[in-house]
Design a protein around this ligand. Structure first.
Ligand SMILES: *Cc1c(COP(=O)(O)O)cnc(C)c1O
Length: 391
């Protein structure tokens, strides 16, 4: 059991005894249905007609001129819900239905995953409960309202600091008492086995499409693929399309917050150390006593003190590199993409764009880079305004 779902020494299955049968049931169902022609056809139809796949690979000409090399954006921001999250909630939601589950639960931090789960709860007519820290509820009003409009119940989590890690703890605790009819729809490529594998699978269309689009549109593979990393689901989704192409550099960009020399950042892989959180061995932001540190960076979606175990493994093996972008550079990149392309990127995705801008003058002009534009930034306009008011 302990050896399942391992990426090198990372990953695993560190959960209370009572959850093991529930996780095994999901693992068995996933293995049974993921290659089933009917399941594939149904999910493919939902990806196309409900979510809006395939998403375009867009050559950002004016942004490319700004940075001095060729930038292609994988437009996950154009999906229903405005981000890549719907890929995963459709996949796991459909799996829950095939398993005969009638209820969904999920954790959420900023509310993006809670909303993507609530949409699918409405779509499939499943009772949906979203666990959300009370601090997050207070600061993410609009998403709370949208979840309720979808018919979901938002359950305030009082414990700890009232943020994402507390919401995950409470969702897991609730699940232990309701495993019979309830599916826990986990939001990122982390947590106990089999979630990192399942989430990667349902996010893999990003990378599969992007690779094919590069061959069609550029006539070759890109030199570099980059994405922001919170828990790591959009990054693993695009990286997996290029994993087996050793000539393609993979670069993950974490939230550098106010700077790595402060405590206010979310750069788990860049500055963290190995430990166990939410069922998996991975890199964490923790103090010398193993206490989880509060994270803080400009985009709420990157605000997680852990990271998916496969990224820990890709870092350790050197297959992918991980860097960070600080808040000021992220705001610069957010503004630059809008000014050059008329596209409002999510602040999360703007971390990948900030790394591109930091590479100006350091890469040959003919370099081709694919950046995953994980989401649109309409939700972030108010936050940006509070940092940098327009005249
Ligand atoms: C949630 C979110 C992220 C971070 O989550 P990952 O699992 O690391 O992908 C990134 N971008 C957007 C737009 C998000 O909503």
């Amino acid at each position: 059991m302990k050896h399942k779902g391992r990426f090198g020494t990372f990953g695993g299955f560190y959960v209370p005894e009572v959850l093991i049968p529930a996780l095994e049931e999901i693992e068995v169902a996933f293995d049974r249905w993921k290659d089933d022609p009917q399941f594939i056809a149904e999910l493919d139809g939902l990806y196309r007609f409900y979510a809006g796949r395939p998403t375009p690979l867009y050559r950002a000409k004016r942004f490319s001129e700004l940075v001095g090399f060729n930038v292609y954006l994988k437009r996950e921001d154009l999906l229903h819900g405005g981000a890549h999250k719907v890929n995963n909630t459709l996949g796991q939601g459909l799996l829950a239905r095939y398993m005969g589950k009638t209820k969904l639960i999920a954790e959420t931090g900023a509310g993006q995953h809670g909303l993507a789960t609530s949409m699918i709860g409405a779509l499939f007519g499943m009772e949906t409960k979203i666990f959300m820290g009370k601090t997050d509820i207070a600061r993410q009003n609009v998403n709370v309202h949208k979840m309720k409009l979808c018919g979901a119940e938002v359950i305030p989590v009082e414990g700890g600091t009232g943020t994402l890690k507390d919401a995950i703890n409470d969702a897991l605790r609730y699940w232990t008492a309701h495993v019979d009819d309830t599916f826990y729809l986990f939001g990122t490529a982390g947590g106990p086995h089999p979630y990192p594998t399942i989430v990667k699978h349902f996010q893999s269309p990003i990378g599969v499409e992007a690779r094919k689009q590069c061959l069609e549109q550029i006539g070759k593979l890109p030199d570099i693929v980059t994405a922001c990393v919170g828990g790591g689901s959009n990054a693993i989704g695009i990286f997996c399309g290029f994993e087996a192409d050793p000539q393609v550099r993979l670069v993950g960009v974490e939230g550098g917050g106010k700077g790595l020399d402060t405590h206010e950042h979310c750069a788990t892989l860049v500055t963290g150390s190995v430990g166990v959180l939410h069922g998996a061995q991975t890199y964490l932001l923790q103090d010398e006593n193993g206490q989880i540190r509060e994270t803080e960076c400009i985009s709420a979606g990157l605000d997680y003190p852990g990271v998916g175990p496969e990224h820990a493994y890709l870092k350790e093996t050197g297959r992918a590199e991980y860097v960070s972008a600080d808040d000021e550079s992220v705001l610069d990149a957010f503004a630059a993409l809008i000014r050059t392309e008329g596209i409002i990127p999510a602040l999360e995705s703007s971390h990948a764009l900030a790394w591109l801008m930091s590479m100006k003058g350091k890469l040959p002009h003919e370099t081709n880079i694919v950046a995953n534009l994980s989401g649109r930034g309409d939700k972030d306009v108010g936050i940006v305004e509070s940092y940098r008011p327009l005249e």
